[in-house]
Write a protein that binds this ligand. Structure first.
Ligand SMILES: [Cu+2]
Length: 409
């Protein structure tokens, strides 16, 4: 099933990227709203390859998700009960369950789009009695859980890294697992917070506004538990730990701006402005990506048999943090000033110049941090070949010691 999911994914990816060569590639925007994704607005076969490619990729992801779900259920080592599983395994498991349920929804939507485009069906065409709302609902029933699909694995990574470099067990393990499960369930009840300005009516807006505020609770539990794990611990600020702490701090900013979107009247002002872009990047860059880097530095010795250089790692971290905040921080201000998203140019004198300049400098700084990372991979490999150091089975001294009052098993 592993091999099948990989090859199906590759086939889908080839289909998907073929869309660039047939006109209109992804002209529907990343969420493919009608009528932009329809034949009238996006002629050519680009969107068709886009839709079919995503359907095929969905099959590959579903196979992989079922594979991993069944693996967690059936192939744990003897004695490893569900409530003893590492938090990363738990979060990866919840992610796979979300995928199993989310992918069919986007697949249905893509099939309807394909029939609209290729066979003159009218699911989304208003002139022929179709309803663009149908696409918006289906897309976001998939789209909101998808955000958790991207962030939960990183939450799992952070939950592994912080205890190791605090020399304490994770604080409140059952709550860590429980909040992950709660996010997994509640993630299905908030999708229409992406549609507050669509005119769907005050009752729906109120219901989804409340549900969205509630989902901040399990997320807050996680932030609290990470900080409680660090509290009173013996902290070691390795690169992996820095990236994890960076995630906790940056994701909290993204989470808080997310709560401001939950307030529907405020969201009406924020919709389609750069404020949304700022929020989403604090969630997915400040959250998912920083966690990914934490995991790379943390597990690199396990994966490749040698450490990444820590000095370069810290340069990687700090340059990335500065670049990230310079790029996406100013977008909060730009959005509040009324700069709309997808703006590619604007006239002078609208007050957008300064913050856009700062964001541009930030983007180049971010690129430098990625170059430092690539250099680190090359440099550490070369150092290892010249002077091999075996990181051993416990490279970060994570194992609890009997003589240690804090970590005594
Ligand atoms: Cu959402």
């Amino acid at each position: 099933m592993n091999a099948l999911s990989l090859w199906v994914w590759l086939l889908g990816a080839i289909f998907f990227n073929t869309s660039w060569f047939f006109g209109g590639g992804a002209n529907g925007g990343w969420f493919g709203y009608a009528p932009n994704s329809g034949v009238a607005f996006t002629p050519g076969h680009g969107m068709d390859f886009y839709a079919v490619g995503l359907i095929i990729i969905g099959i590959g992801s579903t196979v992989s998700a079922i594979n991993l779900t069944v693996t967690v259920f059936n192939m744990r080592t003897p004695g490893m009960s569900m409530m003893k599983m590492p938090v990363f395994t738990w979060m990866a498991f919840i992610t796979q369950v979300l995928l199993v349920f989310a992918l069919p929804v986007i697949t249905v939507a893509l099939f309807l789009l394909m029939f609209d485009r290729l066979f003159d069906a009218n699911f989304f065409n208003v002139a022929k009695g179709g309803d663009p709302f149908l696409w918006e609902h289906l897309f976001w029933i998939f789209g909101h859980p998808e955000v958790y699909i991207m962030i939960l694995p990183s939450f799992g990574i952070v939950s592994e890294v912080i205890p190791v470099f605090s020399r304490k067990p994770i604080f409140g393990y059952p709550f860590m697992v429980g909040s992950g499960i709660a996010i997994g369930f509640m993630g299905w009840g908030v999708w229409a917070h992406h549609m507050f300005s669509s005119g769907m009516g005050p009752i729906s807006v109120m219901a989804f506004s409340l549900a969205t505020m509630f989902i901040a609770v399990p997320t807050g539990v996680k932030i609290l538990n990470w900080m409680a794990t660090m509290y009173g611990g013996r902290l070691r600020f390795t690169t992996a730990m820095l990236f994890s702490i960076g995630l906790v701090a940056m994701f909290t900013i993204g989470g808080l701006s997310g709560v401001t979107h939950a307030v529907a009247p405020a969201d009406t002002q924020q919709t389609d402005t750069y404020y949304i872009i700022a929020h989403f990047h604090y969630v997915l860059f400040g959250g998912a990506l920083l966690g990914l880097f934490s995991g790379i530095y943390f597990w690199y010795p396990k994966m490749f048999g040698h450490f990444l250089n820590e000095t370069l790692g810290k340069w990687n971290f700090w340059v990335m943090m500065i670049g990230f905040n310079l790029t996406f921080g100013p977008m909060h201000m730009l959005g509040m000033q009324g700069m709309m998203r997808r703006t590619w140019t604007y006239t002078d004198g609208q007050g957008f110049n300064v913050w856009n300049l700062v964001a541009t400098i930030g983007a180049f700084t971010l690129a430098v941090s990625i170059l430092i990372f690539i250099y680190n991979v090359w440099y550490s490999r070369r150092q290892h070949l010249r002077n091999p150091v075996d990181p051993g089975p416990d490279p970060w001294d994570a194992f609890p010691r009997v003589d240690d009052p804090v970590t005594r098993p």
